[in-house]
Ligand binder design. Structure first.
Ligand SMILES: [Fe+2]
Length: 283
C-alpha cells in the first residue's frame, strides 16, 4: 500500500473551520469524524470537500460497532462507502468497541471482552467492512475503565490476532494505552512491545483527566487537555517503531486556538525528527 509521506495532522473541529477554509494551515493532513459528514449534500459535506482540496483527509468513525454480535450495519456501510468514494481519504478507521445492538445505540464506545468468541465477531465485522469499502480498515485500540472476568487474552493479543486474521491496519492511540494501563495496572511498555508495528498506519495523541470513580482514582480519556509528558514518551517509542505512521493531535473538548494545537504538533514533529536523526546509520 504505497502512501506514507504526510505525517503530522490535526482533527478538523468546528471552531477551526473558518481558518481551514480561509488559507494554508500548516498541517500535512486532517482527520474528520466520519459520521459528521455522512449525509450527502448539505453544508458539512461541502466544507469537507473544500478542505479536501487543500489537505489529505483521514476518516475516523465512532459508530461502526465492529464488535456487535448482530454484525455491522449494511446501511451504515453504504453511507460510509459513499463518503469514501467522494472524499478519497488516505485512511478509514473506527474503534475496537461496540456501540449498537438490536436497535440500541450508545454514544459511548463500549468495551468488549477479549475472548475467542468476540474475536470471531470482530474479525467478521472487519471483513464485512473491508469488503464493503473495497479497502483496508484501521482499527483503534480503545481506552477502558472496566475489564471482564471472561477475558481469555490481553488487549494486545486480541489486536495482534485481529490484524493477522483480517489484514486490517491499526490506529494506535498512545493516550488510550496510557489511560488503560493506569486503570488496569498494565505496563504500557509491555503493550507496545507486543503490537505488530508493521500494521500501524496512524497514531493518535491526546490528553486525559484524573477522576475519582467509586472511591478509586481513574484516568478518563477526555481529550480536553494538552498531551501530557507520559503520553509524549509513549509517542516517541511508537513513532520510532512506526516511522511512516501519520500522527495527529485529537482534541475534542475545551478546544484551544488553532495556534496552540499547531504548537503541540510541532512537539510531535521535533520528537520524530530527533528519532529520525538518531536512527540514521553513520556513513
Ligand atoms: Fe484516538
Amino acid at each position: 500500500m504505497p502512501l506514507p509521506a504526510p505525517r503530522f495532522g490535526l482533527g478538523l473541529r468546528k471552531p477551526h473551520y473558518a481558518e481551514f477554509l480561509a488559507g494554508d494551515v500548516p498541517v500535512d493532513f486532517v482527520e474528520v469524524i466520519s459520521e459528521n459528514f455522512m449525509v450527502a449534500g448539505g453544508r458539512p459535506r461541502d466544507i469537507l470537500r473544500q478542505v479536501r482540496e487543500r489537505h489529505p483527509v483521514a476518516l475516523h468513525g465512532v459508530s461502526l460497532s465492529v464488535g456487535s454480535a448482530d454484525g455491522v450495519d449494511a446501511e451504515y456501510l453504504r453511507r460510509l462507502r459513499s463518503l469514501v468514494d467522494e472524499i478519497e481519504p488516505a485512511f478509514v478507521s473506527d474503534h475496537l468497541c461496540w456501540t449498537r445492538f438490536a436497535g440500541f445505540q450508545s454514544h459511548d464506545l463500549l468495551p468488549l471482552p477479549y475472548t475467542a468468541a468476540t474475536l470471531a465477531v470482530v474479525c467478521a465485522g472487519v471483513d464485512a467492512t473491508q469488503n464493503a469499502l473495497g479497502r483496508q480498515m484501521l482499527i483503534e485500540n480503545p481506552s477502558s475503565y472496566v475489564s471482564f472476568a471472561a477475558d481469555e487474552m490481553s488487549e494486545w493479543e486480541f489486536l495482534r490476532e485481529m490484524v493477522a486474521r483480517t489484514g486490517c491496519g491499526l490506529l494506535l492511540d498512545v493516550n488510550n494505552i496510557y489511560v488503560s494501563g493506569q486503570n488496569h495496572g498494565f505496563d504500557p511498555a509491555a503493550y507496545l512491545a507486543a503490537i505488530p508495528f508493521e500494521a500501524v498506519r496512524q497514531i493518535h495523541l491526546a490528553g486525559h483527566t484524573s477522576r475519582e470513580i467509586d472511591g478509586r482514582g481513574m484516568l478518563v480519556d477526555t481529550h480536553d487537555q494538552p498531551v501530557p509528558d507520559p503520553v509524549w514518551r509513549l509517542f516517541a517509542e511508537a513513532i520510532a517503531r512506526a516511522p511512516h505512521a501519520w500522527a495527529m493531535i485529537e482534541r475534542d473538548d475545551n478546544i484551544p486556538a488553532l495556534d496552540a494545537l499547531l504548537a503541540e504538533l510541532d512537539v510531535a514533529r521535533a520528537l520524530a525528527q530527533t528519532i529520525d536523526a538518531d536512527q540514521q546509520v553513520p556513513a
